[in-house]
Design a protein around this ligand. Structure first.
Ligand code: AMP
Ligand code: MN
Ligand code: MN
Ligand code: MN
Length: 277
């Protein structure tokens, strides 16, 4: 089994990097990429465990991108995590995340959530602060019944706890990944809430910018969506990737490695030499 998209406590996942790898091994995953939001800080711990449990770990990251005033996620795979260009780019995003977290906390304090920044830092435990940390606090304080409601009422664009942010440019993110010897994958094309027209535009822009692969099978896609995504990949000559986007064991419906096979006519990204060193 192969899973090329998942999260740990280095960003908004609930398990430590080593725990994610151990859980993947248990589930039968033999090739895994840990792809935390805008950070590679979890990779060293993940690699230590991967060596012991016979999992081939591929270096990964999920870079937040602003494109046409919308957010896209670009997964990088198989890069050199010590590359200075990539590291500098991620450092900028980490600073932007921290500024945004302070701004969100300030907004939420007016809505009844106390000490949001300090508490989000504690939850993140040294990892990147992401909106799910605030969602957890809103639930903890009884302001929302679950994370979904926290996003719907407070954290989405247009809601009172939302703070817009300029993430990396699409060209920059792809450039950092390529510069570090890796492969750029456009994550979950059905995960942005785009219309079909915007989805097609985003895939085309990604391919034009030099992106290499499209994530086709995810933990939340239906087969019909995977077929559509595969058609986009073939149209633009993109390789196909698969990734659960696992964040937490509590999401019992979404397991590591529990993914369908790529539809026919799309070459798997994991056959690329850069993921086979
Ligand atoms: P951020 O990158 O900090 O803006 O946070 C985005 C993350 O929020 C995504 O990667 C998802 O993990 C998570 N997310 C988005 N929508 C929801 C939702 N409705 N419920 C739970 N988590 C969500
Ligand atoms: Mn996430
Ligand atoms: Mn994502
Ligand atoms: Mn993700």
């Amino acid at each position: 089994m192969i899973d090329l998209h998942c999260h740990s406590t280095a960003s908004d996942g609930r398990l430590r990097p080593g725990e994610v790898v151990a859980r993947a091994a248990q589930a039968g995953v033999r090739r895994l990429a840990l792809t935390d939001h805008d950070t590679t800080a979890g990779l060293a711990e993940a690699r230590d465990v991967a060596d012991r449990v016979d999992v081939r770990l591929i270096a990964g990251v999920e870079i937040s991108v602003t494109w046409q005033k919308r957010t896209l996620h670009v997964v990088g795979l198989g890069f050199d995590a010590d590359d200075p260009g990539l590291s500098a780019g991620l450092a900028e995003l980490q600073q932007a995340r921290d500024h945004r977290a302070r701004a969100i906390a300030q907004k939420l304090s007016r809505l009844g959530l106390d000490d949001g920044y300090e508490r989000a830092c504690r939850l993140a435990d040294g990892g990147q602060i992401a909106r799910p940390h605030f969602a957890r606090l809103l639930v903890e304080d009884g302001l929302c019944k679950d994370m979904n409601q926290a996003f719907k009422r407070y954290l989405r664009p247009g809601k009172p706890g939302h703070r817009s942010i300029q993430w990396a440019g699409l060209d920059d993110a792809i450039g950092w990944i390529h510069g570090a010897g890796g492969i750029a994958v456009l994550a979950h094309p059905f995960g942005y809430g785009f219309s079909a027209a915007w989805r097609r535009r985003a895939v085309a822009a990604f391919a034009d910018a030099g992106g290499h692969a499209l994530e086709i099978c995810t933990g939340t896609t239906e087969r019909s969506q995977e077929i559509t995504a595969a058609a986009h990949a073939r149209e633009h000559g993109l390789l196909g990737s698969v990734g659960s986007d696992f964040h937490a064991p509590e999401q019992f419906w979404l397991g590591l490695g529990r993914l369908r096979d790529l539809p026919s006519g799309v070459a798997p990204v994991w056959d690329d030499a850069r993921l086979n060193v």
